[in-house]
Design a protein around this ligand. Structure first.
Ligand code: LLP
Length: 446
């Protein structure tokens, strides 16, 4: 029993467990993860990309982007499903290692990694460190020399493609902090691009082993064409580097960013479709360049964990507010808010909410689900129809909160961060326990 359904009494169930039971046992707010659903999405991405690229004789590794949500259990699950783990800090790296993921199956990202994080990664023998700047090339090489190891690295480049939502734009200049631009120029006309300089700098250091080139173009992408444009640019750079240095790098990473559905009626990127489109497009580019295909990797985060999670809240204050146009909006306050889901406030992200503990025959009315924080932008669901009789004590479920909910949660107003509960086959268990006020007080040294 994977997924969300309604039982005979009309109450929502997750993987066979009624939400009232979850609320009773774990309290609210709570993040609820459907383990089988998450595992299935991990498998689906791996299989889709493996199959599509195998058509052209290329191998694929799928790295789960832990920034979307990482806990020991989740790292273990995705690894059991044949994925590797992409980390973006020493904290994420520590969780992946605690889960028993071998260092060789872990990557480390970051535009400003600390010496400690790099040392930790080298000590763990991570499979790749994605270098993000020219200065970092020498920093990683020096630390590898000190540790007596050769560091496997990729160079993160920017292709001028930025995607997200339905659009992507090409720009010659990159006014953002990540990666090294492939646009030629830099300081002098006609000089090598920062990306080329980064790659040559890596080849010049014997303490570094150049695995390949990395490109990540954005997040929540629903228009797949950006991936194809960026991949073609990376393959061109790879061919240019081969011409310059005689080294044809073995790997190319296309990053994450695969978009999901947040609202009823929205359509997620289809893993099979995008894998086929990208595979055939890179095969065409490589053929044009006369280079064999590299091994590819991708780094989906949101697409694996986002739809597998929902947030369960308890309704408190319900207040009708008369609008200027004489309509009434029902403000439905829940026991969490922007501290457990910052995405509406930060990105204007839209979510859906459902009355979860019962069904109602009352007429649907215009509602807004808000949190309990002391600011008016503390909105969980901007606009949704809820039954007019929604009342204190009801449970609300907000779907598709598995990614960037808990991982971006805060203690604003000194709320305690909610637990993450996993459900599988009618059984629920805590993955990450709820914080307590004592946890918060323990940090305060008076
Ligand atoms: N790889 C790299 C290098 C990334 O920077 C990211 C996301 C990913 C993979 C995974 O992207 P995904 O498949 O999850 O879209 N907090 C924002 C999303 C920020 C994503 C940053 N990088 C949000 O809540 O929408």
């Amino acid at each position: 029993s994977r997924g969300v359904a309604r039982d005979e009494a009309g109450a929502l169930t997750v993987a066979g467990v009624p939400v009232a039971e979850l609320a009773e046992r774990f309290g609210t707010p709570a993040y609820v993860l459907d383990e089988d659903d998450l595992r299935e999405r991990a498998r689906a991405y791996r299989r889709a990309f493996e199959a599509a690229f195998a058509e052209f004789g290329a191998g694929v590794d799928v790295y789960y982007a832990g920034k979307a949500f990482l806990s020991v259990a989740v790292a273990r699950w995705v690894h059991e499903e044949g994925l590797r783990v992409d980390t973006a800090s020493g904290g994420e790296l520590a969780v992946a290692l605690r889960a028993g993921v071998p260092g060789a199956d872990i990557g480390l990202h970051g535009n400003n990694k600390s010496d400690d994080e790099l040392r930790q990664a080298l000590a763990a023998g991570v499979g790749r460190i994605i270098v993000d700047s020219l200065v970092e090339v020498d920093r990683v090489a020096d630390l590898a020399a000190a540790a007596g190891v050769v560091a496997p690295v990729m160079v993160r480049v920017t292709t001028g493609v930025h995607a997200g939502g339905h659009e992507f734009i090409s720009t010659a200049h990159e006014d953002q902090k990540f990666g090294l631009s492939i646009a030629a120029g830099g300081d002098e006309q006609g000089s090598d691009s920062p990306a080329m300089r980064g790659l040559l700098a890596v080849l010049a250091r014997p303490e570094l082993r150049l695995l390949g080139i990395h490109s990540h173009i954005g997040s929540q992408i629903l228009d797949p064409s950006g991936f194809e444009v960026a991949a073609a640019a990376v393959l061109r750079l790879r061919a240019d580097l081969a011409e310059r240095s005689g080294v044809l790098v073995a790997e190319v990473d296309l990053g994450g960013g695969y978009g999901i559905a947040y609202l009823p009626g929205e359509v997620a990127l289809d893993a099979d479709r995008i894998a086929k489109d990208v595979a055939s497009s890179v095969a065409a580019s490589a053929a044009e360049l006369g280079t064999p295909l590299p091994r590819f990797s991708i780094e989906p985060g949101r697409a694996i964990v986002g739809p597998a999670g929902l947030t369960l809240y308890t309704v408190g204050t319900v207040k009708p507010v008369r609008l200027d146009d004489d309509r009434t909006r029902l403000y439905v306050s829940v026991d969490g808010g922007m501290s457990d889901n910052i995405r509406p406030a930060l990105y204007g992200a839209r979510y859906h909410a459902e009355l979860a503990s019962r069904t109602s025959d009352a007429e649907p009315v215009l509602a807004r689900v808000v949190g309990k924080h002391c600011e008016s932008g503390d909105i969980v669901v901007h606009e949704v129809d809820l039954p007019a009789d929604v009342r204190a004590g009801d449970l609300l479920a907000v779907p598709a909160t598995g990614a960037y909910g808990r991982s971006m949660a805060s203690n604003y107003n000194l709320l305690t961060r909610p637990p993450v509960v996993a459900v599988r086959g009618g059984q629920a268990r805590t993955l990450v326990r709820r914080e307590t006020v004592d946890d918060l007080l323990a940090l305060d040294q008076g």
